[in-house]
Design a binder for this molecule. Structure first.
Ligand SMILES: NC(=O)c1ccc[n+]([C@@H]2O[C@H](COP(=O)([O-])OP(=O)(O)OC[C@H]3O[C@@H](n4cnc5c(N)ncnc54)[C@H](OP(=O)(O)O)[C@@H]3O)[C@@H](O)[C@H]2O)c1
Length: 242
């Protein structure tokens, strides 16, 4: 059994998610953050971190790490994927809005390294996706709509989580739902899957009120991914395995 802490590179370390990852990792004895990357490569004045900071263009200079955790932007994703493949280390990514070619590159990289990509690292959404699949299967003729709401800084729409829930709808009833997106204030993340039949409506809702749920899930996956065989590992299988 491994006793050494898992060495982490946080990619997107100065962002909203990156800051939560640095704070929670510092309080977890199973983890040590050895490297932090951002566009600027400089730690923000209000972030305390002993990690070595680098720009996304200089990941080759990073000290050794076992797992990269990436919550950045689609533009920055190719570099962290390439760095992980070059070093033969694991990748946990939550960056949303990736292009189809980037998702294909992710699948190709999974032949060489263990990795997880998930649109949402919360336990509640993992359970919601299963409930949605069952409901859509039981009510195949009803209208299906997904309404998602996020803070005004979120760039992609519909959210990656909405699209993942849409795939659960399609898995249940064979057709994609319609999507609606709201961007307002500081909403962390809300998803409503609405199934509407004649005279009745079923709503399945998840509300995240604290960004820490995503960071906590990603850190847990990083611990569980170390030492795994190459492949694209499923979030649910890793999180729910005892
Ligand atoms: N899967 C999930 O559970 C989940 C949950 C929440 C968010 N997300 C996703 O995670 C991503 C980040 O969200 P956020 O709210 O933290 O965004 P954010 O606050 O805008 O932070 C983006 C981070 O990426 C960095 N970055 C930008 N370009 C870069 C580059 N070329 N190389 C290296 N780093 C670069 C930024 O650095 P600078 O500060 O130097 O610009 C910053 O640290 C988004 O795709 C979001 O949708 C996923």
């Amino acid at each position: 059994m491994e006793t050494e802490p898992v060495r982490i590179l946080v990619h997107g370390a100065s962002g909203r998610m990156g800051r939560a990852l640095l704070r929670l990792a510092a309080a977890d004895p199973r983890l040590v953050v050895t490297a932090a990357a951002s566009r600027s490569g400089v730690a923000p004045a209000d972030v305390r971190s002993d990690a070595r900071w680098l720009t996304g263009a200089r990941l080759a200079d990073a000290p050794e790490f076992d797992v990269a955790i990436d919550f950045s932007l689609p533009d920055a994703f190719d570099a962290v994927l390439a760095a992980c493949v070059a070093r033969g280390v694991a990748l946990v990514s939550g960056t949303t809005g990736l292009a189809d070619a980037q998702l294909a590159a992710l699948d190709a990289a999974a032949q060489r390294i263990p990795l997880v990509w998930a649109a949402n690292y919360s336990l509640g959404v993992a359970v919601l996706a299963e409930l949605v699949r069952q409901a859509a299967q039981a009510l195949p003729g009803w209208d299906a709509d997904i309404v998602e709401a996020h803070h005004v800084h979120k760039k992609d729409a519909p959210s990656g989580t909405a699209l993942a829930l849409g795939r659960a709808v399609a898995a249940g009833r064979g057709r994609e739902p319609h999507y609606a997106s709201l961007r307002a204030g500081d909403i962390v993340g809300e998803h409503t899957v609405q199934l509407t039949g004649p005279g009745e409506r079923l709503e399945l809702v998840h509300r995240a009120t604290d960004r820490d749920v995503f960071a906590r899930g990603a850190l847990e996956v990083a611990v569980r991914l170390r030492g795994r065989a190459p492949g694209r590992h499923a979030l649910g299988a890793l999180l729910f395995a005892s």
